[in-house]
Design a protein around this ligand. Structure first.
Ligand SMILES: [Zn+2]
Length: 291
C-alpha cells in the first residue's frame, strides 16, 4: 500500500449510509423527464468518508449545477492531489468515484462547502461555478479514450440522482467540466455515458423524434446563428471562428460523441435545436429566429 492510501486511511473509514430509499423515487417536479429503461440495477448508495481537502471554502451561493470530471490520474494520486495541499494547485472536490471492479464513492468536501473543482468557468449567467456547484471526480485516465464501466455508470447514476433530488438541479445544469470551461477542459470526455444516464432521468438529452424531425428539413448552419443557439443553451464562447469551433466541439463531446470535430453540421444543429426546444423554449425562439 503506498503513501497516499495510508494517509487516506488515517482519516478512518466512517461509513455514511445515505439511504437506499431514494431509488425509484419519482421526479414529479420534472415531469418532462421519465426513466425510459426501467429501474436501475443499483439499489443503494454508501458514501465513504475520505480525506478532507484544503481546496474548499464556505458556500455562499445556492447549488444549482452538478459538474462531472475525470481525474486523468490513478486513485491514489487523485486522492493526494485533491487534498489541495499544494498552494500553487489548490484543488478540491466533493466526491470521488473509484474505478475498482466494485466502485466506491468517497466524500472529500461536504456539500455545504464550495470545492475548487470548476476553475475558470461559465455557464449561462453563472461565472466561476465553484460556488454554484457540486463536483464529482471519476477515476479515468482520459474519458475521451477509455470507457467508463457499467459498474461506474451505475454508481454515478445513484450519486447524481441523490444530489439532483436534494438540490432540485435542473437537467440542463448537469454538466461536463468541458461544457463550462470551453477550450480549456475536455473531461469527463466523449466516452462518458451521458445517453445512458439521461435515459434514467439524469441530465438533459434531446427527444429522438425531435432530432429526426429537425433532420427532415435542412438546418440553417450560419455560424452566427449556431453561436446564438449555443449561447442560448448556456455555453460561454470566446469570440471569432476559433471560439465557435471550440464551443461546437464541447457541445459534441457531450451530445454527439460519435463525431467530435468542432465542425458545424446538420446533425449537431438538429440536436442542439431539439435540446433548446425541450429545455429552453423561450431562449430558443429568440436565438433561432433573431440571431
Ligand atoms: Zn475537470
Amino acid at each position: 500500500m503506498n503513501a497516499p492510501i495510508r494517509s487516506y486511511c488515517r482519516f478512518g473509514l466512517a461509513w455514511v449510509v445515505i439511504s437506499a430509499a431514494f431509488i425509484g423515487c419519482t421526479t414529479t417536479n420534472q415531469p418532462e423527464i421519465k426513466p425510459a429503461m426501467g429501474e436501475p440495477k443499483f439499489t443503494g448508495l454508501v458514501i465513504e468518508q475520505g480525506p478532507g481537502s484544503l481546496g474548499a471554502e464556505p458556500r455562499k451561493e445556492p447549488v444549482t449545477c452538478l459538474i462531472l470530471h475525470h481525474t486523468a490520474g490513478s486513485l491514489p494520486s487523485s486522492l493526494e492531489i485533491l487534498q489541495g495541499k499544494d498552494p500553487k494547485h489548490k484543488v478540491g472536490v466533493h466526491y470521488v468515484v473509484t474505478d475498482e471492479p466494485k466502485p466506491r464513492v468517497i466524500r472529500m468536501v461536504p456539500e455545504n462547502m464550495s470545492a475548487y473543482h470548476a476553475g475558470k468557468s461559465a455557464w449561462g449567467k453563472l461565472i466561476n461555478l465553484n460556488q454554484n456547484s457540486i463536483g464529482i471526480e471519476i477515476i479515468n485516465y482520459d474519458g475521451n479514450v477509455y470507457p467508463y464501466s457499467d459498474a461506474q455508470a451505475d454508481i454515478i447514476f445513484a450519486l447524481c440522482e441523490e444530489i439532483i433530488r436534494r438540490h432540485d438541479i435542473k437537467p440542463w445544469n448537469v454538466l461536463a467540466h468541458s461544457d463550462i470551461a470551453v477550450g480549456r477542459k475536455v473531461d469527463p470526455g466523449s466516452k462518458f455515458p451521458w445517453a445512458k444516464l439521461a435515459s434514467l432521468g439524469i441530465g438533459a438529452w434531446p427527444l429522438s423524434n425531435e432530432v429526426a424531425d429537425n433532420l427532415k428539413k435542412k438546418r440553417d448552419l450560419t455560424p452566427g446563428r449556431v453561436r446564438s443557439l449555443l449561447t442560448a443553451y448556456g455555453y460561454a464562447l470566446e469570440t471569432g471562428e476559433a471560439g465557435l469551433k471550440l464551443g461546437v466541439e464541447a457541445f459534441q463531446r457531450h451530445f454527439r460523441s460519435a463525431k467530435v470535430d468542432g465542425l458545424i453540421d446538420q446533425e449537431t444543429v438538429a440536436i442542439l435545436e431539439a435540446l433548446l426546444r425541450r429545455y429552453q423554449p423561450k431562449a430558443y425562439r429568440e436565438a433561432a429566429f433573431n440571431p
